[in-house]
Write a protein that binds this ligand. Structure first.
Ligand code: FAD
Length: 366
């Protein structure tokens, strides 16, 4: 045994934990089955443009301490996420705000008119308990916004009709009655200049790192290499799926360079109709206000997940939550292995939550 910690996975969770461990003079071996570090926040330069290989990652947080923490590792720019939606060629601002309402209903220009219109359109659900996502969305935003901006996008994302999805997926839909296209309400937001990979590199300084190294290729050898294992892979895989397989949604990304300076005028454009097979197009240069003569775009397609595919989004419905709890109970009895990160905890975690969870584990065990 030559290391204090073996970190399985080199994503943000492991990187933050390692940085804290190294600060406390611990030794760490970090392994990742992918051919690079960084997990899903990995970025690389393509034709001079920072490209987010696993979907766009916009840093935003309401936690001042986490903002200060991440700013040690990079300089952030003043990017503000203001996606737009394309529904059959018509453009709408997001999140749902006064710009969106006046685009959908040209006679609506003031907030009270918008509130009245939404109330009229959701009146069919008054006094009823929504039984599915469709009813929940109509109860919250009315029929027009649901039909144009929610239905097609959500059905593509989940691969199921909104009438067959649980209402719990959208407990609330933020409605803003001001002309404000800032998608997030968090006070701190921005993009790390140069991308996330340099952040992860800095966090991993002082660790031994092996990429293209799958823990399960030699589980015995890797486990014996350290006193404690921090495991950020899939928790069900760790236990050989003994209680059954947890389910996910997956994504397919299609990235290409175009010989144009500006393809869509915005970093993120969502396609909210049912017919377009992708959910959004990302134009990466706009995250860093790029002025290159060319551009790089990515089409993002949601796809059904099957064993062996990249697990992007956990499906936190009742069936999977019960299953996960069985694995979590078993994991709580372990002495030399700790589970963390989005796959180890089977949870969707934004980057600030991931950092907070890793810092909290580090505080507890180091
Ligand atoms: P990961 O990044 O998944 O890292 C886990 C690593 O473990 C992977 O590299 C994997 O290869 C490795 N691994 C797994 N099994 C093994 C094994 N057997 N052996 C070796 N290595 C293994 N958050 C935001 O705050 N803002 C955003 O805009 C945002 N956008 C997102 C967009 C998408 C499409 C997705 C999926 C997530 C987004 N997130 C966003 C969330 C963000 O990606 C996560 O918070 C973060 O990546 C979680 O880090 P992690 O270390 O837990 O997991």
């Amino acid at each position: 045994m030559s290391y204090d910690y073996l970190l399985v996975g080199s994503g943000l969770f492991s990187a933050v934990f390692s940085a804290e461990a190294i600060k406390r003079k611990k030794t760490c071996l970090v392994i990742d089955k992918r051919p690079h570090i960084g997990g899903n926040v990995y970025t690389e330069k393509l034709h001079g443009i920072t490209v987010h290989q696993y979907g766009p990652h916009i840093f935003h947080t309401g936690k001042k301490g986490i903002w200060q923490y991440i700013n040690q590792f990079a300089e952030f720019n003043h990017f503000v996420n203001s996606p737009v939606a394309n529904f059959h060629g018509q453009m709408y601002n997001l999140p749902f705000n006064m710009n969106t309402f006046s685009q959908i209903w040209p006679d609506v220009t003031a907030s009270e008119q918008a509130k009245r219109r939404i109330a009229e359109q959701s009146s069919s659900m008054a006094g009823k308990t929504p039984q599915n996502l469709e009813e929940q969305a109509i109860a919250l935003v009315g029929t027009d916004i649901y039909e144009k901006l929610i239905k097609g996008y959500t059905e593509k994302q989940w691969g199921r009709s909104c009438a067959k999805l649980p209402s719990s997926i959208i407990k609330r839909l933020p409605l803003r009655f001001t002309y404000n296209n800032n998608y997030f309400s968090d006070p701190c937001q921005g993009m790390p200049i140069g991308g996330y990979t340099p952040i992860i590199e800095k966090m991993l300084q002082g660790c031994d790192v092996q990429v293209s190294a799958d823990y399960f290729s030699d589980r015995n050898y890797f486990s014996k290499s350290a006193g404690t294992v921090i495991y950020t892979g899939m928790i069900d895989e760790y236990y050989d799926y003994c209680f059954g397989e947890l389910e996910y949604r997956s994504l397919h990304f299609d990235t290409e360079e175009l010989a144009v300076e500006n393809f869509q005028g915005n970093a993120v454009v969502n396609y909210t109709d049912e017919e377009t097979p992708y959910t959004r197009i990302i134009e990466h240069k706009h995250f860093e206000f790029g002025t290159q003569p060319n551009t790089v775009i990515t089409h993002e397609y949601p796809v059904a997940w099957k064993h062996g595919d990249e697990p992007y989004y956990p499906i936190n419905d009742e069936k999977n939550s019960v299953l996960y709890q069985k694995y979590a109970d078993r994991a709580s009895n372990e002495k030399h292995i700790l589970f963390g990160g989005r796959l180890g905890m089977y949870a969707y975690l934004d980057m600030d939550d991931t950092i907070a969870a890793a810092l909290s584990l580090a505080k507890r065990v180091l």
